[in-house]
Write a new protein. Structure first.
Length: 298
């Protein structure tokens, strides 16, 4: 099956990135803002980021123009009616995602593939609420979607082999490097990365080192491009907390329970880079540990 048009549900960090990836590969794409409000800011934000890429000679002006030309932003869910593939990328909440999949089944054609970009929710649990379960799969992009090569293609319990091979071809067509994964909470990357970030927070709480020390150690000693706190802030602390809760729900082991500090930061709205403050305070340069934390933070 050929994917001729893509629908992306949600215009957050991931939704816009995924929509850009598809349009940049020459596929007409409609991105649906899932919460009320104008889409003008979203388009102008993307225009600005593509203009910077052209300026830095990382993208040609022709590719920028064709990408923007193939992208439609809307708040109307029914605009995805003629899409062959819908990639849902809204808030990490199983009930909200399930309700969206149910609505989508009433909008799209029976041949359309419904994919979720969930980080840790079960694709099988999502497919359970659908009529055409064989058409449901996971398509887990990484942040930032236009840069990161990996896409985990998630094979839910009843996903058809034809859907998996269509998604495999699609990922390669849009320049990605897919890996097929059987549905397991956290799939491969987040199943390994989440306990790692949580362990770093436990070390901080134990006073083992400061945020900067722990990040420094992992960059310098393990050759990681970002330390665990930089990574958590980059992903978004609400997303990290949701990943922890979902993996905990599955395995019930204390090392994946959300640590106190993470819960409190999320409660305070300190969600990382996207809000300007998380483990680090990005309002100062260079960023320092968030002063709201009572632990050694510098
Ligand atoms: N941030 C990451 O590193 C990352 C990476 C891969 C996948 N994901 C997954 O992608 C999805 C989106 O994450 P994000 O990082 O773009 O988050 P985000 O906070 O940037 O965007 C969330 C989106 O959900 C929408 N939304 C909020 N409340 C809603 C509601 N009640 N009903 C419907 N839509 C609602 C928002 O309008 C927004 O478009 C999540 O499932 C997340 O787990 C995130």
């Amino acid at each position: 099956m050929e994917i001729r048009k893509v629908g992306v549900m949600g215009c957050g960090a991931m939704g816009v990135g995924v929509a850009q990836v598809c349009a940049q590969a020459g596929i007409p794409t409609v991105a649906v803002k899932a919460t009320p409000g104008s889409t003008d800011k979203i388009r102008s934000g993307l225009e600005k980021s593509l203009a910077k890429m052209v300026e830095r000679q990382k993208m040609s002006a022709e590719l920028r123009d064709s990408t923007l030309g193939l992208l439609q932003f809307t708040t109307d869910e029914s605009a995805v009616a003629d899409c062959d593939l819908i990639i849902e990328s809204i808030i990490e909440d199983i009930d909200i995602k399930k309700a969206m999949f149910k609505r989508l089944e009433g909008i799209v054609t029976p041949q359309a593939i419904l994919a979720t970009n969930t980080s840790t929710l079960s694709v099988t649990a999502l497919m359970a609420g659908c009529k055409q379960r064989d058409r449901v799969a996971g398509l887990h992009f990484f942040n930032p979607a236009p840069v990161m090569k990996l896409v985990e293609i998630i094979h839910g319990f009843e996903t058809s082999d034809e859907v998996i091979s269509t998604l495999d071809e699609f990922c390669k067509k849009v320049g990605k490097d897919p890996v097929i994964v059987q549905d397991t909470t956290g799939f491969i990357v987040n199943r390994l990365l989440t306990p790692y970030m949580l362990s770093a927070i436990h070390l901080l709480e134990m006073g083992t080192g400061t945020i900067a020390d722990i990040d420094h150690a992992m960059k310098s000693g393990a050759a990681h491009p970002m330390g665990p706190f930089e990574l958590a802030d980059y992903i978004g602390l609400d997303v990290v907390e949701a990943m922890a809760l979902n993996i905990y729900e599955d395995v019930r082991q204390p090392h994946v329970a959300s640590p106190h500090t993470l819960t409190r930061l999320v409660q305070l709205g300190y969600l990382g880079r996207k809000t300007g403050k998380g483990f680090y305070d990005y309002s100062v340069k260079p960023p320092i540990g968030n002063p709201a934390l009572r632990h050694p933070v510098a």
